[in-house]
Design a protein around this ligand. Structure first.
Ligand SMILES: Cc1cc2nc3c(=O)[nH]c(=O)nc-3n(C[C@H](O)[C@H](O)[C@H](O)COP(=O)(O)O)c2cc1C
Length: 334
């Protein structure tokens, strides 16, 4: 089964096709964005559980770009050492260490005095509680992504995932539901994403991975559709190494989530753009993951909640198909 085979790109190799997607843990209880023992153990445990690639949770590039005050950050050199401990815990146990860089924009719930977004449009029916970003502030956001990327490199990460999904700042710029600006960032709603990628590439080593997570649809007739993303990716064939295909969350709309419900979007991106993809969304078994890979719906499979419930999920998959698990855990599966 493909899930268990190595995955090779021109930049790196993973020992299998299983990815732990970014999942916020809200465990920076000192609210300084510095990783704690919790993060080191949490990610180290999934690496011991033989996950091929681990993408560390959404990490703020600015203090008010965090989702909550308890989220991780990389806006300050003081945060690098803690992230280095995470990458050591991941890499010393044979997994690939990546990090998701994020600015939450209008979805930030921190106690910061000022929250920002592309246009003065409230999220859902909540009162407007943020300001429209000025041109200068947009340049500061871009610079923050670049500085965070530099720190991610220093911390030993081998991959960066830019969070352009789930209704956070970059997605807010791209979606017509949240961006009605009349300047260049409104005329070309993808401009912020492109400028962030250009800035990161100035500092991020070419031999390391750089990709993005997208919401391939807003599930809204006036919002972004997968066709918008296909067109953008066709026009920008080398902007990233691959695309992590998720969906929704620019606003609250009911979603019918069934096993593998976002794989069709991944397949559409993959077939129409030539980009490799990470597929995600209620993938519940090794058989289902392998089917998604072998039927060419995606190139890597991410399992989120399954890996929260069970850090040794991959070992369970190995055992279920009669394969050896590492010696130290053999007795757990007898
Ligand atoms: C507790 C939790 C935190 C999450 N945090 C993030 C995050 O930081 N960044 C992100 O892109 N997605 C986040 N997600 C979404 C997951 O990465 C994943 O896409 C989602 O759980 C669907 O995959 P699954 O059905 O395998 O769990 C989070 C999900 C959960 C359950």
């Amino acid at each position: 089964m493909k899930l268990f085979e190595p995955f090779q790109t021109d930049k790196f190799e993973l020992k299998n096709h299983l990815v732990m997607p970014p999942m916020c843990m809200y465990q920076c209880k000192t609210q300084d964005g510095i990783p704690t023992d919790f993060h080191i153990s949490h990610y180290g445990a999934r690496a011991i559980g033989q996950v091929g690639m681990i993408i560390v949770e959404a990490t703020g590039v600015q203090p008010n770009g965090r989702i909550t005050d308890d989220c991780l950050g990389l806006w300050d050199d003081k945060q690098v050492d803690g992230h280095h401990k995470i990458t050591k815990a991941i890499k010393n146990n044979g997994s690939f260490a990546a990090i998701q860089l994020n600015h939450a924009g209008r979805k930030s719930e921190t106690k910061a005095l000022r929250h920002v977004g592309p246009s003065a449009i409230p999220f859902n029916d909540q009162p407007l509680n943020y300001d429209e970003l000025t041109f200068t502030e947009i340049q500061e956001v871009i610079a923050s992504f670049k500085e965070a990327a530099k720190r991610a490199d220093q911390a030993g990460y081998d991959g960066i995932e830019i969070h352009a999904a789930h209704g956070y700042l970059i997605h807010q710029f791209i979606s017509p539901l949240s961006n009605t600006r009349e300047d260049d960032y409104g005329k070309d709603r993808f401009l912020l994403l492109k400028e962030i990628m250009d800035a990161i590439k100035e500092v991020w080593p070419k031999e390391k991975g750089l990709w993005m997570r997208i919401s391939a649809t807003d599930y809204h007739e006036e919002g972004l559709s997968v066709e918008d993303w296909v067109q953008f990716l066709q026009e920008n064939p080398n902007i990233v190494d691959f695309v992590h295909v998720s969906a929704g969350a620019i606003m609250t709309v009911p979603i019918h989530a069934y096993p593998g419900y976002m794989l069709e979007l991944s397949k559409t991106i993959r077939e129409n753009t030539g980009y490799q993809t990470i597929g995600v969304g209620l993938i519940q078994s090794a058989e289902m993951a392998s089917f998604a890979l072998e039927s060419e719906q995606c190139d890597l499979v991410a399992i989120g909640r399954g890996l929260l419930r069970n850090p040794n999920l991959y070992l369970q998959f190995l055992n279920e198909r009669g394969e050896k698990v590492p010696k130290y855990y053999e007795r757990a599966f007898r």
